[in-house]
Design a protein around this ligand. Structure first.
Ligand SMILES: [Zn+2]
Length: 274
């Protein structure tokens, strides 16, 4: 049973916000993706390959866009780490999510995305696990979320924590370590730094929640970030399927096809990285 408040929160997230770059994609999209990946891979030479991983956020309901996203990852055999919001999930919803990816279950890493994706901060940026809350509440919600996912997902649950909005306080990071989570996943360079032995499987490339006024410069920045991160040897890419339109699906299709064909790229999920 999903509570009334959680239903309202979930509905807010289902509302389509489409970033301006997806309303105005470049006409030479495929060529630009190919050049970007080719140039990024040129940095590897014959040394170590580059690792790319994808993280899909706000997962709980298997709607049309979720099916389509999973179909692309399944068809190209590309691993995906899925951040599931515990309070939004029900056993029925889990059945639908799981059925969507059943044929490719080894590709997925289902993990925890907060508890109910609710902002508790009164000033500053949104956080569910931020400094506005006492330690006892943070611990309560963290473990409640984990238990709910363990109960519903069983052995499919993997103990990695993606905090909503990619940020949380030090107490949360220390609790994650104490409660034997294997990793956290935030924005690259997020503060405070994660404690020793709690790797941050960070994401730096945001595909669908980019707030840009000018789509032309927005596209330049997106390709620049992709190229920089891939050529650095490690690139985490964040997806929000509810905010994807036809152009965003075309981009993902071409991107997955192109990187899959690249010999110097290894595609992984959080399990492989931990
Ligand atoms: Zn989220």
């Amino acid at each position: 049973m999903v509570g009334r408040l959680d239903k309202q929160e979930l509905e807010k997230f289902m509302k389509p916000f489409i970033s301006s770059i997806w309303r105005q994609p470049p006409s030479d999209l495929a060529a630009r993706i190919e050049v970007c990946i080719r140039d990024a891979c040129a940095h590897f030479g014959n040394a170590e390959p580059g690792y790319i991983y994808f993280r899909a956020d706000d997962v709980a309901v298997a709607g049309r866009q979720f099916y389509r996203m999973m179909e692309l990852f399944s068809n190209y055999r590309v691993p995906l780490s899925l951040a599931v919001v515990p309070a939004w999930l029900t056993p029925e919803r889990w059945n639908s999510l799981q059925n969507t990816g059943l044929k490719s279950s080894s590709l997925w890493c289902w993990h925890q995305h907060g508890w109910r994706h609710f902002n508790h901060e009164t000033d500053g940026r949104n956080q569910e696990f931020g400094s506005a809350r006492p330690y006892s509440e943070i611990k309560h919600d963290l473990l409640k979320g984990r238990q709910r996912l363990e109960n519903i997902l069983g052995s499919h649950f993997y103990p990695v924590f993606t905090p909503p909005w990619n940020r949380c306080n030090l107490a949360t990071l220390e609790l994650l370590k104490e409660c034997r989570y294997l990793a956290v996943s935030r924005n690259c360079g997020a503060l405070p730094p994660s404690p020793e032995k709690l790797p941050d499987l960070c994401v730096d490339v945001d595909l669908h929640t980019r707030k840009v006024k000018d789509p032309v410069s927005g596209w330049d920045r997106l390709f620049k970030a992709l190229k920089k991160d891939i050529s650095s040897g490690r690139c985490g890419i964040m997806l929000h399927h509810q905010k994807m339109n036809a152009a965003a699906f075309d981009f993902l299709d071409i991107l997955l096809k192109t990187i899959k064909q690249s010999k110097n790229i290894v595609l992984v999920n959080f399990k492989d990285l931990v």
